[in-house]
Design a protein around this ligand. Structure first.
Ligand SMILES: NC(=O)c1ccc[n+]([C@@H]2O[C@H](COP(=O)([O-])OP(=O)(O)OC[C@H]3O[C@@H](n4cnc5c(N)ncnc54)[C@H](OP(=O)(O)O)[C@@H]3O)[C@@H](O)[C@H]2O)c1
Length: 321
């Protein structure tokens, strides 16, 4: 059994509190929450029947009854928030992306190692049964070798203040882009080569990317990735293989996988216990019991993703200099 403290009480923390309340597992106790405002923390505590509410992240992290801190602030604060939790001897589950550069990520894992604590990126989709199934299916090559992938995902998010603020880590790459990129790293492999990066700037601040088109090969398989935070684009990945096509209905939580070929039309459907967010907490509970990090989204996986995000942004800068 673990007692969980939620740090930063925005949209995703509400979603997690609802999910864990619905799951109602005796292994996962929603114990405390911490906000920059005590009244906000008190409201959250009352809404989800937590035991403690704190008006600062420091007080939350100092609570000795907490085993795991879940960090859910804008990405630019993850680095400092994770350090605060680790320095107070807490295991950490930190929202995606786990921070905003490879350098920051290396510092965090190094501190976790020094403190003998578990640090896990909350890349929730990697812990779901549908992701394990997808990975096995891709490895089996049911339609022959993969020739190319076309992944797209766009949502209207310009109404979210953190998405359009440079100071809060705004931009589509770090928020939405991580889903197709992490999926491709996971199923195709970690050797990548960037061929083209096309960022179109947000009208309110040209240093923020709002529509990106990326051409990246993963293990020599060419992939086109289209992401947007100012328009709806079908969330889908089309995997062209030698003998047909595999279509994933989503880049984040895959719910349907279609196999289409000359004489084949097959659909695999998946259902989560609640909505899929619970899986990472259930696995983290086990990891803490076993004192063993999770393979589903390992340290190396998180650092590779951070390196790729750095490389994409550097590629874009070089192109424009
Ligand atoms: N896994 C997923 O599906 C998923 C979905 C959405 C977001 N996320 C990730 O979760 C993180 C948070 O996203 P969100 O959508 O929940 O964000 P949000 O609604 O903007 O909430 C972020 C929270 O961070 C805290 N915060 C601390 N310093 C802040 C500052 N200077 N300005 C604004 N907020 C500040 C605030 O909590 P207090 O006021 O309580 O201190 C705020 O409510 C991001 O890294 C994002 O990528 C993941």
């Amino acid at each position: 059994m673990i007692r969980i403290g939620l740090l930063g009480l925005g949209r995703i923390s509400h979603k997690i509190a609802k999910t864990l309340t619905k799951l109602n597992s005796p292994e996962l106790i929603l114990y405390a929450c911490g906000s920059r405002e005590l009244s906000k923390a008190e409201d959250f505590k009352n809404k989800y029947h937590l035991e403690k509410a704190y008006g600062s992240y420091e007080e939350l992290c100092k609570d000795e009854n907490i085993d795991l801190i879940y960090v859910a602030t804008p990405h630019v604060f993850h680095h400092d928030n994770v350090i605060l939790a680790l320095e107070n001897n807490k295991h950490v589950l930190v929202e995606k992306p786990m921070c905003v550069s490879l350098k920051e990520g290396e510092e965090l894992f190094s501190l976790a190692k020094e403190k003998h604590l578990l640090l896990q990126e909350a890349f929730w989709t990697r812990f779901t049964p549908s992701y394990s199934y997808l990975k096995q299916l891709i490895d089996l090559k049911p339609l022959g070798n993969i020739l190319s992938v076309d992944a797209s995902f766009g949502l209207y998010l310009e109404n979210k203040s953190r998405m359009v603020s440079k100071a809060l880590g705004g931009g589509v790459l770090l928020d939405i882009g991580v889903y197709p990129l992490n999926m491709l790293l996971g199923i195709l492999g970690k050797n990548y080569s960037i061929q083209a990066v096309n960022f179109s700037p947000y009208k309110g601040d040209s240093s923020i990317d709002e529509n990106d088109q990326l051409l990246i090969s993963f293990n020599d398989i060419p992939c086109k990735i289209t992401i947007s935070m100012n328009q709806y684009i079908k969330d889908e990945a089309i995997i062209t293989c030698e003998h047909g096509t595999i279509i994933l209905d989503r880049n984040n939580l895959v719910k349907k996988i279609h196999l289409k070929a000359k004489n084949i039309s097959k659909t695999f459907k998946f259902k989560e216990i609640v909505n899929g967010y619970e899986c990472q907490f259930l696995k983290m509970n086990q990891a803490i019991k076993d004192n063993s990090p999770l393979d589903e989204m390992s340290r190396d996986d998180s650092l590779t993703l951070l390196r790729l995000l750095d490389d994409i942004r550097n590629f874009n800068k070089k192109q424009n200099s």
